[in-house]
Write a protein that binds this ligand. Structure first.
Ligand SMILES: Nc1ncnc2c1ncn2[C@@H]1O[C@H](COP(=O)(O)OP(=O)(O)O)[C@@H](O)[C@H]1O
Ligand SMILES: [Mg+2]
Length: 222
């Protein structure tokens, strides 16, 4: 599903000096894989996920979604590929505060023009499976962290993206809520999704098919 080769990325420090983050990262994730990435704070894990999900451009290297070289697409093409292929889950949930839980989940459907009734049925089924359907009319501020993240997972998978990228999705959660989220990600992989999870606690992820460590700008099997 996903292949990245030779990803290089630097940022600029405020002084203008180059700040190298990724120095040539290779990664392949196929349907059914649950790949786990750990590494020290500041090692570039979020940067890597942002590159894989086409939120940012690499300085060098290539990324393919199936046989499409998405790194070669223009801005609009990348945005389309992202909308069709990628679901994101973030540590800080990133729900829109002015929308209810259900509206947040349905937001994803807008971008792909899914018929409203069908999207709503699917959203409610996902919310039921994750135990947040009774919270559908709550606003994010009225939800616990664990509930917010369950809603965020529903939003990320609403369009059935072949690739799911999760950046420390349990970092702000207690162990029980974290286990619910990790279970949902694992089931997603078991159902044929390609899933990449960044986490400080790789041991907490059951069912991982590969475990990597990012350090010094390179990704290695852990
Ligand atoms: N937009 C940016 N501009 C400048 N430096 C950045 C930017 N984003 C991240 N960095 C720096 O890049 C390094 C890697 O960041 P990040 O990918 O967030 O690491 P991690 O997720 O592993 O903690 C850090 O040193 C961070 O300060
Ligand atoms: Mg990070």
């Amino acid at each position: 599903m996903l292949r990245a080769a030779g990803l290089v990325k630097s940022y600029r420090a405020p002084s203008g000096a180059a700040l190298p983050v990724l120095a040539g990262v290779d990664l392949a994730v196929k349907a059914g894989d649950l790949a786990v990435v750990s590494g020290p704070s500041g090692s570039g894990k979020s940067t890597l996920l942002n590159l894989l999900g086409l939120l940012e451009d690499a300085d060098a290297g290539e990324t393919w979604f199936d046989d499409v070289r998405v790194s070669g697409l223009g801005r609009a093409g990348k945005s389309r590929a992202r909308g069709r292929c990628v679901g994101f889950v973030f540590q800080a949930f990133h729900l829109l505060p002015g929308l209810t839980a259900l509206e947040n989940v349905l937001l994803a459907a807008r971008y792909v023009g899914r018929p409203a009734g069908e999207a709503r049925r699917r959203a409610e089924a996902l919310m039921e499976a994750l135990g947040v359907l009774e919270r559908r009319d709550h606003y994010p501020a009225q939800l616990s962290g664990g509930e917010q993240q369950r809603v965020a997972v529903c939003r990320a998978v609403l369009n059935d993206p072949p690739l799911l990228l999760a950046d420390e999705p349990t970092g702000n959660l207690d162990d029980a809520s974290g286990a619910v989220i990790l279970g949902a990600l694992r089931r997603r992989a078991e159902a044929g999704g390609a899933v990449v999870v960044v986490t400080h606690r790789p041991a907490a992820v059951g069912g991982a098919t590969a475990v990597y460590r990012l350090a010094g700008g390179v990704l290695e099997a852990a």
